[in-house]
Design a protein around this ligand. Structure first.
Ligand code: C6P
Length: 414
């Protein structure tokens, strides 16, 4: 894509599709910089879900009446659209879950509990979100498999020499975050997957902070499993995705049992239905699937390359502006490198929660805490950080408001 195409992003036009961004508190318009937690939902996505409830709300796969047929088609087509979006082979490889966390648990329970045993190793990175870290830790305890962590270096990148040492023939799965929700680091997930495969291990990639912000092609990465959430990509809450290679999913036991996922049930035995329904028992998130479909359409209409470029530009601008303050410690790779659209930092002498509260007085919404990466914060030597995270509707002026508000915090606390 040429730089001219990238420049033609109509941020003002995009903002018009988000009434929530026009909201004011105490006469100040909201500056929403908490997009890594959840993104806002544009009108076309809300409209698609409202249309579903107003026009064709019905349960799926169970009825032969018109409304159920329409709902079933919409639900199935949402799988096709997501498969196309991430370049999966088809709907069989796209399982709808509640969120990334449930996708990770599905894999860990369904594959991990059944396949792992003492002597096996699960290799994670030090920058994993609790969604994968805690889950694999528990599966390790229950199966006797060891959990190991690929170190990060001082720049917040993975130490790939350590990765090469750690991934061995004892490794059964390498589970790595694609883009760190705390550091913004973009990990070499293709390389990690290749390393896993060289040793006969599988790879799982946590794409919660990648799919919303950059083009993701699961075939190119080669990952065996890949997960993400609808609510971080302009879609609704209540829906997430687990991508898995079909032959692997075929061999896996279901994680949840019930209606909608079976082929034949007797008083003694049950057999499972086709993919992906085998992993989607009970009434699924139908309206949310319709919303996710609309969100994918909306994102692709803008262009994932453009979204990535816009966010990188804003993250670099925020990094440079914060860095220039002199009393701000920023975590993760420096500006200008391939970085996710977020910046985590601490202002000298001010606790992240206090800073975030002062920013809120200026209607700047950011997140304070450990961002569900406690071990990583321990490693960074801080209990918490403040994180500004950007999306396609954010502007430089909003970053300026964030930086300007730091003075209040200095006056009160420093
Ligand atoms: N991070 C944040 O950073 P859920 O909540 O299941 O939709 O997503 C979990 C998750 C998994 N992996 C990564 C890399 C994530 O960033 C997240 C969610 C949010 O603010 C909430 S802690």
């Amino acid at each position: 894509m040429s730089s001219q195409d990238l420049e033609s992003l109509d941020v003002e036009g995009i903002r018009q599709q988000f009434p929530i961004l026009q909201r004011e508190f105490d006469g100040q318009q909201v500056v929403y910089l908490d997009n890594a937690a959840t993104t806002q939902t544009p009108d076309p996505v809300v409209d698609a879900m409202s249309d579903y409830y107003r026009q064709y709300n019905a349960n799926v796969h169970r009825g032969i009446h018109h409304l159920s047929q329409e709902a079933s088609i919409a639900y199935e087509e949402a799988h096709d659209r997501v498969a196309e979006f991430i370049n999966a082979d088809g709907r069989e490889e796209v399982i709808f879950t509640k969120n990334t966390t449930e996708s990770e648990n599905l894999l860990a329970y369904s594959w991990g509990l059944n396949e792992l045993e003492p002597g096996d190793e699960i290799v994670l990175t030090e920058m994993e979100h609790h969604a994968s870290l805690v889950t694999w830790q528990q599966i390790g305890k229950r199966t006797g498999a060891d959990v190991k962590y690929i170190r990060i270096d001082d720049s917040g990148r993975l130490d790939m020499d350590h990765a090469r040492d750690l991934i061995t023939d004892d490794t059964e799965i390498v589970s790595a975050v694609h883009v760190s929700n705390t550091l913004g680091t973009v990990n070499p997930v293709g390389e990690l997957t290749d390393l896993a495969h060289e040793h006969g291990a599988l790879s799982f990639i946590d794409g919660a902070q990648a799919v919303p912000n950059r083009p993701v092609d699961v075939e190119e990465i080669g990952a065996d499993f890949y997960a993400f959430s609808g609510h971080k990509m302009a879609g609704p809450t209540g829906i997430g995705v687990l991508y898995g290679k079909q032959e692997l999913l075929e061999d896996m036991e279901p994680y949840l049992y019930g209606g909608g996922m079976i082929r034949k049930v007797t008083f003694e035995e049950s057999t499972w239905g086709e993919l992906p329904w085998k992993f989607e028992p009970g009434t699924p998130p139908i309206a949310e699937a319709v919303g996710l479909h609309a969100a994918v359409d909306w994102l692709e209409d803008i262009g994932m390359d453009r979204i990535r470029a816009h966010e990188q530009e804003l993250a670099a601008y925020a990094y440079d502006r914060l860095d220039a303050e002199g009393d701000v410690e920023i975590y993760g790779p420096e500006a200008g490198s391939d970085r996710g659209g977020l910046v985590s930092f601490n202002l000298e002498g001010v606790h992240a929660h206090d800073l975030t509260s002062i920013l809120n007085d200026h209607t700047v919404a950011v997140r304070a805490g450990d961002h569900c990466t406690q071990p990583l914060h321990d490693k960074l030597g801080v209990p918490a950080s403040t994180r500004a995270s950007f999306y396609v509707y954010n502007t430089r002026e909003e970053v300026d408001k964030l930086v300007a508000a730091l003075d209040d915090a200095r006056q009160l606390f420093a």
